[in-house]
Write a protein of this length. Sequence first.
Length: 104
Amino acid sequence: MASVVGLLEERELAARERVEGLREEADRALAELAEAETDGQEWLIARQRVGEVLYVAVTLRWPPLPFIHAGTGIASRTTAHSASNVSEGYRGSRSGWSPAFPNR
């Protein structure tokens, strides 16, 4: 028959082995938790950066909106900057002579 002390030692050894196994499992879980937290922080940072970029884009209207002629709904930049809309003095100065500066 086994001694009482021998039975107690067997149970103590089994308890120590169980504790060691649970510690290893806890270490793996903590490592996985740390990795998941890091991943979550990286996604948070990415979302914040996208939010900043979108805020700047909306604030600065980037890309710029096209010029729309009043009442037409036609987007164009050519009519607003055509030669017919430029004053005679400005067109003259481009050729070297201007009524504003006749001695040129």
